[in-house]
Design a protein around this ligand. Structure first.
Ligand code: MG
Length: 259
């Protein structure tokens, strides 16, 4: 069942989203050679709590940390720890928080130091695919329109979208209906209605979309050892079009001014 949110609930989610954006902005700035993924996780945990929120990932299905940090050929769900980031790595940050009972979920891939043009292109195409998708996050459309637009953008650039993991509805729970695949056919799936809130999160592999899970039970790896990038925002469908709830305060007000 898809839970439609009221305007007030969407405002609460946007407040959570702004806090989350500020946390990720600080994490991004802290991504540097020599910094460990555990350092980044502790930074995020502190900032989330300082903002009055709860780190949602901590303890979720027994996940042991407050963030997922996935490096290079790790796709998603990497467990932060002693791994030190190296010059030239690409680092995917993914985290969620709960504020006033509502979730926000967001992530991105950060290039650290001297990253090659191939990896930078992968990151850029992944971000673009999100924006291509949410052009279709409009009332009266179908969920499959979003999925198809993401897939077309990714595959048009010569990459593949991960099949085994998908985006999701979000609200009082991190995972609500519907599932939001990054692949599929336009004109299919649930009708998009005002009040739907979705975490849209393309996971894009440089090579094949095949993945496997490491023996730690969490970390998702590309099967071919090539790079993967990731990009996620929490989005509300409204009568006036899509509203990205995990933008920063300045970005959000800019959208309001133009919209
Ligand atoms: Mg998510």
């Amino acid at each position: 069942m898809i839970n439609l949110k009221t305007k007030h609930e969407i405002e609460l989610m946007a407040t959570a989203g702004r806090l989350l954006n500020s946390v990720i902005t600080e994490m991004r700035a802290a991504c540097a050679p020599g910094v460990t993924t555990g350092d980044l996780d502790r930074l995020a945990d502190q900032l989330i709590r300082k903002g009055g929120a709860r780190p949602g990932f901590l303890g979720y299905q027994d996940f042991p940390r407050s963030t997922c940090i996935s490096v290079n050929d790790e796709v998603v769900h990497g467990i932060p720890g002693k791994r030190a980031i190296r010059d030239g790595d690409i680092v995917s940050l993914d985290l969620g928080l709960v504020l006033d009972g509502f979730w926000a979920d967001m992530g991105c891939t950060v290039p650290v130091g001297r990253v090659g043009p191939e990896a930078l292109r992968l990151i850029r195409v992944t971000e673009e695919s999100f924006w291509a998708g949410i052009e279709h996050a409009v009332t009266g459309g179908r969920l499959g329109d979003i999925s198809a637009a993401i897939q077309a953008h990714v595959e048009g650039a010569g990459y593949s979208v991960v099949r085994q993991f998908v985006g999701h509805g979000i609200g009082r729970n991190m995972h609500e209906d519907p599932q939001v695949p990054n692949f599929g056919a336009g004109g299919t799936g649930p009708e998009l209605r005002p009040g739907m809130t979705l975490a849209i999160e393309p996971m894009v592999n440089q090579g094949s979309y095949d993945v496997y899970i490491k023996p730690d039970g969490w970390t998702v790896m590309t099967a071919d050892g090539r790079l993967s990038a990731y990009y996620e925002h929490t989005v509300a469908i409204t009568a006036d079009g899509p509203l990205v709830l995990t933008l920063g305060a300045s970005e959000a007000s800019r959208l309001k001014a133009t919209g």
